[in-house]
Design a protein around this ligand. Structure first.
Ligand code: ZN
Ligand code: ZN
Length: 212
């Protein structure tokens, strides 16, 4: 059975998720944006052997800890979509611009595309490409646990910013309507910042997407 724990990291309180399978006690980190010591300690405390890093997109608060994790734990990086390459190349500049600890680039072992699948043990997650906040943003959906890890596409009561380089407001709404809503109203999502919600709740009450 799958479990997860959300660990807010960095000054931006980005929701890094530690996801694991209790059959094998193997796990992945989704969006380890920083505070690598804390993430490794939490995995050790829970008895989880980390196997992979999954990335929704390459903004500094989501990907700033990746190079350090690769160096220290040897974990392969899965994602994001190749259209975020320019953000990976610019991680050192992003770190300086936002006052983050130094961060470096990395090379994903596997890029992700719409319709791909990633797996943790026998548990499979559907990958959807959701551009708009960044061009290479992806989300991970697991029907069995009724969860979607959506990064900065959608938040409880808001949507991702589109005023960063290569942001696209119409693409963002198209991603939400065309690729998140079909996962079902009951689906609970873990956003990159702030509390969880469900897609149904957001369709009813989120002013940015109400009625879509
Ligand atoms: Zn972002
Ligand atoms: Zn973020």
């Amino acid at each position: 059975m799958l479990h997860y724990r959300t660990i807010p990291v960095t000054a931006f309180r980005q929701n890094c998720s530690l996801l694991w399978d209790d059959a094998s006690m193997e796990g992945v980190l989704i969006d380890p944006g920083g505070e690598v010591d804390r993430l490794l300690a939490e995995a050790a405390r829970l008895g989880v052997a980390l196997r992979q890093i999954w990335l929704t997109h390459a903004h500094i608060d989501h990907a700033g800890g990746v190079a350090e994790l690769v160096a220290r734990a040897g974990l392969p990086v899965i994602g994001p979509h190749p259209d975020d390459q320019f953000l990976i190349d610019g991680l050192a500049m992003q770190a300086a611009a936002f006052g983050f600890p130094p961060a470096g680039a990395f090379v994903p072992e596997r890029w992700l595309h719409d319709g791909d699948t990633v797996a943790l043990g026998e548990h499979r997650f559907a990958v959807r490409h959701c551009p708009g906040h960044t061009p290479g943003h992806v989300v991970f959906h697991n029907a069995e646990m009724n969860r979607a890890f959506v990064g900065d596409v959608l938040f409880a009561g808001s949507v991702g910013r589109t005023d960063f380089p290569r942001g696209d407001p119409q693409a963002l709404i198209d991603s939400i309507v065309g690729r998140l809503w079909p996962m079902g109203e009951q689906t609970v999502f873990v956003p990159g910042h702030g509390p969880e919600s469900s897609f149904g709740q957001e369709r009813r009450s989120n002013p940015f997407v109400r009625g879509t």
